[in-house]
Write a protein that binds this ligand. Sequence first.
Ligand SMILES: [Zn+2]
Length: 405
Amino acid sequence: MQSFTVHVLEQRGLNSPVVQSALSLINQINGPVTFRYHEWTMPHVEHALAIQKQPDRVKGRKRFAEKWGGVLNRSMACLVNEGEIRDQKETLILPDPYSWVSEASEDLKRRLKHTADDFYRATGADRTHSMVVIITNVNNEHNYFAVPDLFGQQWGFVQCNHQVTHLMAAPHLPVAYELLAMPIRHFAFGDLQSFLSHLHVDESIGCMNDFYGNLSEMERKLKSADICNQCIERIKEVGVPYALLRQTRDGFEKIRLYQQNLANLLHEFEMPRLELGYHLKVTNTGGLIQLAPKELAVYAFFTEFRTGVPLTHVPDHIDRLRYWYRRYYTGTMDDPQSLERTVERLALNEDQDLSQTISKLNKKIKIAMANLGDATPYLIAGPNGGAKKIIAAGNNLVSLSISDS
Ligand SMILES: [Zn+2]
């Protein structure tokens, strides 16, 4: 099959962790389609209308108890309190807040077409062997999560902060699924007529072309990783190359496994594992926690000191800190003195540099793990003036996956 590229365009400067995690998952799968990420300057949304209603959370123990009243026994009260703690965490989350405005479909179409035309004009990319998937972060009037290229214009979109992603503890999985499905939809269901005749909209049957009577049924297709017989027939009929079908299925399968791991986490059969390579990654779900180079270096440093180290002793181990900072440093090495200066400032906790780096990275980990279980063991923490450590590193739940050389 001739190669085909999916250009994933996101508004410049957003760099959403959800999108990066989704692409990191997709790029582990081999096949004829390449997915490329671009930061792009796009027109801002005009004429968006404010949304009044906040979507209800699916499972609010406290709300449920409030509504149903009655006397809570002790173990039930514990459950509700735990729910409250989770609620507090939820106010902390939303790095990618639910969009509070809604864009009319016609405006959305116009904006996407403009962006796609602009992209192809500016880059000179081959439009016949590629498509553009635009990541939006604004609701649309019909509440679509993802729409494929239906007008022969080589563009589709995914809303990366859609309500459906907030129903899920690993929101990059539905985003990855929809991105992966885009090329096969483009080839086999890429016009309104065939798209509509293969759409499963009244009921989710666990097929790629489920577009939900009820958005919360999204999970069904993530867990089934399947394409139904009727849709496979269509894929055969238009002669989609097997290599593309295989790439799509391998990707779905990977998402299914992560989705299963996620269920195990949520049911507390498993503990989250973090892996520190060039990113910090939740191994179970493939979600990335985006840390700056300095934060990565500090996290790696504390991963090594399993019994902990007081901040005042960090200067004694400055060699290790320097080593890790050099591993993660992304700037040029033209000015070794400034690199050394950064490491010193950090080691000596000048102007609270180390304390603040720790508190920033802890916050990012809390946000990323808000729905995965208790984040506390994964944080760099310890008594004031005492040894700081990552408890989970001592339990081998945090591991370094880049070689020590
Ligand atoms: Zn189907």
